[in-house]
Design a protein around this ligand. Structure first.
Ligand code: GAL
Length: 421
């Protein structure tokens, strides 16, 4: 009897252990698959914070990186996945692409989670406009980047005799020419359409101001596009073209950042993801490098907010992991750590700026001020004009002009036709 009781207790204990181990294994099997284009050192580093946070909760991270800043290649890969009926858990996305996927009826409903965690109160309306479709939260916004920044190597500027931050277009050109004369590359740039368009964003804003930018490229008012202002924008783009080196074609943006970081070039005009690279290389803002708003755009912010769109999944376990992913993205502590590394500002307005460096603090302050003054506008280079397809139509014109295939006047006419289609 006694023997049997022991045997029974042992087998119960063994069964229990196996059962617990089984449950643990099942919990560990929870996983997410995330599609994104964050392949540079700082981008991958920032994303690792999210990965680690989820893994702490027993959720395995299956990475689906698709290289190519701006996300064009990633969006092609995503389309193939969704149309074959096998969507990822979530995908990084910008602006009107999000709403297009909303229309397709293949995205998850995050409303219950959003309500429980109070997203409506902490995400600025300019972002919510893209996070929701038909009043339903479909995406978790992770950051707010802005495109109208200049990054500069302080030592290069000192050697070239540039002693003050350029505040106007003419001052910027004069400073860049000094850098060039001193034997450096004035402007580190990568000739890829989305990078050319990132320059255009800033030049258009600096040349025409916020009302012009909105009317021309967000409202697609062809009269405003067909104007001497747009011609001047293209003239200025041609001036910038003279400041880049001969090997600029096809260069990745982070390689261009590396040229400024390594002291080969003076300036880079790029969104604040570039700052991630500077910080990743252990450079200190205000000492080794400077960040300032593109001359003539002070007081305005052209933003692009990365959001993670969640897709409808059939499997209940996968859906549960997806909820954990969305909640982890919206966690205020995560948004601080992630955005410090990424170079962006948090997508939540309640995240303190204490952990951010001087450029990050400026980004957060500029954003709040621009939002108040109604000078915060979505970046056309990064998908914030409607329809989503207009982005590529504009890229085409901007790039052809930048490569000398269209003169300034023809480029204006081509922008008008792009806006009409
Ligand atoms: C942007 C994106 C940024 C950054 C950049 C370069 O479209 O919003 O987060 O990653 O591309 O890859």
């Amino acid at each position: 009897m006694k023997k049997n009781a022991v045997a029974l207790a042992t087998s119960l204990a063994v069964g229990l252990t196996i059962g617990l181990a089984g449950t643990a294994a099942m919990a560990q099997q929870q996983s997410v698959e995330v599609l994104h284009w964050w392949t540079s050192g700082s981008e991958a580093g920032a994303l690792n914070v999210l990965k680690a946070n989820l893994e702490k909760q027993g959720v395995k991270w299956n990475d689906m990186p698709v290289a190519g800043g701006g996300g064009e290649a990633a969006m092609t890969a995503l389309r193939a996945r969704v149309t074959s009926g096998n969507p990822p858990t979530a995908s990084q996305m910008l602006g009107f692409d999000i709403l297009d996927w909303g229309k397709q009826g293949v995205v998850a409903d995050l409303n219950a989670l959003a309500q429980k965690d109070g997203w409506d109160k902490v995400v600025p309306p300019a972002l919510q406009k893209f996070s929701k479709y038909n009043g339903k939260w479909i995406a978790a916004p992770v950051n707010v980047h802005s495109t109208n920044w200049v990054w500069a190597n302080q030592a290069v500027l000192a050697k070239a005799g540039v002693t003050a931050e350029p505040k106007t277009w003419d001052e910027f050109i004069a400073a860049a020419e000094k850098v060039q004369k001193a034997g450096f590359i004035a402007l580190a740039h990568g000739g890829q359409p989305w990078q050319d368009a990132t320059l255009f964003d800033s030049v258009a804003m600096a040349t025409g101001g916020v009302d012009y930018y909105r009317k021309a490229f967000i409202d697609l008012d062809t009269k405003t596009i067909n104007s001497p202002t747009t011609e001047k924008v293209f003239q200025r783009m041609a001036q910038l073209r003279k400041l880049v080196d001969k090997d600029f074609s096809g260069r990745d943006w982070n390689v261009a950042s590396g040229m400024v970081i390594g002291g080969k070039a003076g300036f880079q005009i790029m969104g604040d993801w570039a700052k991630g690279e500077f910080v990743n290389a252990k450079l200190v803002p205000g000492k080794d490098f400077a960040c300032f708003r593109f001359p003539g755009t002070q007081g305005t912010v052209t933003f692009n907010a990365d959001q993670f769109v969640m897709f409808t999944l059939k499997d209940a376990g996968k859906t549960a992991a997806q909820q954990k992913l969305a909640a982890a993205i919206m966690d205020p502590g995560f948004q601080s750590t992630f955005n410090v590394a990424k170079g962006s500002a948090p997508a939540r307005t309640d995240v303190p700026d204490t952990a951010f460096d001087a450029c990050g603090k400026k980004a957060i302050k500029d954003l709040a001020e621009a939002s108040k003054a109604n000078t915060l506008v979505g970046s056309i280079g990064h998908g914030h004009a409607e329809p989503a397809s207009i982005k590529n139509a504009f890229y085409d014109v901007i790039t052809r002009h930048f490569n000398g295939q269209l003169d300034d006047k023809k480029a204006v006419a081509a922008m008008v036709s792009a806006a009409k289609n």
